[in-house]
Ligand binder design. Structure first.
Ligand SMILES: Nc1nc2c(ncn2[C@@H]2O[C@H](COP(=O)(O)OP(=O)(O)OP(=O)(O)O)[C@@H](O)[C@H]2O)c(=O)[nH]1
Ligand SMILES: [Mg+2]
Length: 479
């Protein structure tokens, strides 16, 4: 049987190896560009690291992804032939440092061998993974195994929010940012910048020192807002400049223009830098490596936003809504034709902060957040969209504790910097958009639990919640 493809291919082989390679790839290889997206600190890098480790472990015979394993079983045997990280080849992008992230989680980088979370992402990084599957059908016997090539991109989360920005003019963007900045949750944090703006005249001749001062104050305001859990923060490179560091096109800030600014004025300088920034992000990020993806994971730290208070929660929801609109996947998205996104998995991350009983409520809360975005999605609605609750790395275990005279479900985890496990009670997770009475007004952060120390060399995978369901939803048509 296996001879059939050989017989059919014989003329092509004579034409040349390159032609044969192309035919073989067309028949046997499916290339998927998977964008793992999310705002800053949503959990992208941890997610990719765990996904890869668990896929490698699954191929090594460990039951790390039960739903995926079940999907690949046929007649009592697995159709999974293998999983491997592909060599970097001639990639123009930096490579995702999978080994480095695993080493941190395995405690190899710490003097006391304790596990650490990977560091904040400062630049784009790419990774390619190949999943080899036996074909189920009789035709499979003729053609041999299929290869699914997953190209995955990691990037600093702050940059994603430049997506709504690149469709705007300077004047329109500044107006929108200033309206948000003057809301009560932000005005206090941006007070010094707002006072500066009161005295700033965009029609006056450009004074570089003054423009730099405005830029520094705006940037300080963004940092203060990020520190309070606010997430709708633009431009992304003000918070995370990336490998090119401080370049003059960054030195702008939002200021209200009254009509077109005269040539040589401060307003004209701000607008020209905004245009240069926009053009660079568009060419270097959104139209470059970010352009071709056809499946998407959107990670949302719903619990973190909920705990940071009403302003942070609404801010995250607004950001997610605008991203869903932009990333929705209709051809012609933001004016340049891009392939449609076939499947989107929207995921509430870090679900190991709540015990199993409350994860269903978290899913409903995620639905409420996602629905606002999906309504405005080009092409409309929730086609191809699935909702999930997950923890890329399960750093806790469920337990019960006595609190205020009653038994409550808690999670047990070791906070970073401590060495004993503590119970943590997340409080109520509303099973929908939080009602008025929900908000207490205070701000607090979710505890950061130490990750479990993984055994990097044994290929046993990483404990997680829900990664298998996400993979099945995203890749089902290919499995
Ligand atoms: N308990 C728990 N914490 C998590 C999980 N995933 C992420 N975290 C926490 O969230 C932090 C941020 O995760 P990253 O994966 O670095 O987030 P990111 O989206 O890559 O962030 P940027 O690179 O800054 O955009 C980690 O350092 C952990 O503290 C998880 O599954 N469980
Ligand atoms: Mg990251």
């Amino acid at each position: 049987m296996a001879g059939l493809l050989d017989t059919l291919s014989a003329p092509l082989r004579r034409v040349g190896g390159a032609a044969w390679g192309a035919v073989e790839r067309a028949v046997n290889e499916e290339r998927i560009h998977l964008a793992v997206t999310g705002l800053s600190r949503a959990g992208k890098t941890v997610f990719i690291t765990s996904l890869v480790e668990n896929l490698l472990a699954l191929a090594g015979g460990r039951d790390t992804l039960p739903l995926l394993r079940a999907r690949l079983e046929e007649g009592g045997a697995s159709r999974l032939v293998g999983v491997r990280l592909l060599p970097a080849g001639s990639l123009a992008l930096p490579r995702f440092d999978h080994a480095g992230h695993v080493a941190a989680l395995a405690g190899r980088e710490a003097p006391d061998s304790s596990a650490h979370w990977p560091a904040r992402t400062e630049d784009l990084a790419a990774l390619s993974l190949e999943i080899v599957l036996e074909r189920g059908s009789a035709l499979g016997q003729v053609l041999g195994p299929r290869r699914i090539r997953l190209d995955i991109l990691d990037y600093p989360g702050e940059w994603l929010l430049d997506l709504p920005l690149i469709g705007m003019s300077y004047a329109g963007w500044a107006e929108a940012v200033l309206a948000r900045l003057r809301t009560p949750a932000r005005a206090g944090l941006a007070a010094e910048f707002l006072r500066f703006l009161d005295l700033f005249d965009p029609a006056a001749p450009a004074d570089e020192a003054l423009v730099r001062r405005g830029h520094a104050l705006y940037r300080a305001a963004l940092e203060a807002m990020r520190g309070r859990g606010l997430r709708y923060l633009q431009p992304g490179r003000f918070l995370n400049p990336g490998p090119r560091g401080e370049v003059p096109l960054l030195w702008f800030f939002p200021a209200a223009l009254r009509g077109a600014p005269p040539p040589g004025s401060a307003g004209a300088l701000l607008a020209s830098r905004f245009e240069a920034y926009r053009a660079e992000m568009r060419a270097g990020f959104f139209e470059g490596p970010f352009r071709d993806f056809d499946r998407q994971i959107l990670l949302v730290d719903v619990l973190g936003a909920l705990h940071a208070g009403r302003a942070a929660f609404e801010d995250t929801a607004d950001a997610i809504a605008d991203l869903c609109r932009g990333l929705g996947g209709a051809p012609g998205w933001l004016g340049w034709g891009r392939p449609a996104i076939k499947r989107v998995a929207v995921v509430a991350t870090k679900a190991d902060h709540v015990p199993a009983l409350r994860r269903e409520a978290l899913r409903h809360l995620l639905r409420a957040v996602a629905e606002r975005g999906l309504e405005g999605r080009p092409g409309g609605g929730s086609d191809g969209v699935s909702l999930h609750v997950a923890a890329a790395i399960h750093a806790t275990r469920d337990d019960k504790a006595r609190l205020g005279g009653r038994d409550v479900e808690v999670v047990l985890g070791v906070p970073v910097g401590e060495d004993r496990a503590r119970p943590y009670f997340v409080g109520d997770v509303p099973a929908g958009w939080p009602p008025e009475g929900f908000w207490g007004g205070e701000y607090f952060e979710l505890p950061v639990f130490r990750p479990p120390r993984i055994e990097a060399d044994r290929g046993v995978g990483v404990p997680h919640i829900g990664l298998d369901g996400i993979l099945v939803a995203l890749l089902e048509d290919l499995l």
